[in-house]
Design a protein. Structure first.
Length: 136
């Protein structure tokens, strides 16, 4: 998806993703991502300041990631930055910057993963079966 505000984050899930459904039945998953850079301190490396990002994923992506990922999993998130504003019941104005995910994947830097392709209805296919032709 082409966009002017695309962002890519690599970090760890702070909790298990939470799956909910809209009144129309669309799946939406929410999770927080902790991103901690490594910074050079003289001759050594140390952890920098951790940033926390709220991430939201929709439909099949939401369902797949809640079935596949859990607290502590290192993931790569590609998505769009969005600002959401609201007013509290006390009249205070609030806003938050969130990421709407286009892609979420486990990081394979320090882990392995087994990929299981799903069919168009979201159900797993048998080993070696594909829901459609590959893009290549």
């Amino acid at each position: 998806m082409a966009t002017d505000n695309q962002v890519m984050l690599v970090g760890n899930l702070t909790d298990d993703p939470e799956l909910r459904f809209t009144p129309n039945g669309a799946a939406v998953a929410n999770f927080r991502l902790a991103v901690t850079p490594r910074v050079r301190d003289g001759e050594q490396w140390k952890d920098g300041d951790t940033s926390f990002f709220r991430v939201q994923a929709w439909r099949d992506l939401a369902e797949h990631l809640t079935e596949s990922l859990s607290k502590g999993t290192r993931v790569v998130v590609v998505g769009q930055l969005k600002t959401r504003s609201w007013e509290t019941p006390e009249g205070e104005k609030r806003s938050v910057v969130e990421v709407t995910a286009d892609e979420v994947a486990p990081s394979l830097k320090w882990a392995t993963a087994t990929v299981e392709r799903t069919s168009r209805n979201g159900k797993p296919k048998g080993k070696g079966e594909f829901a459609d032709e590959p893009d290549f």
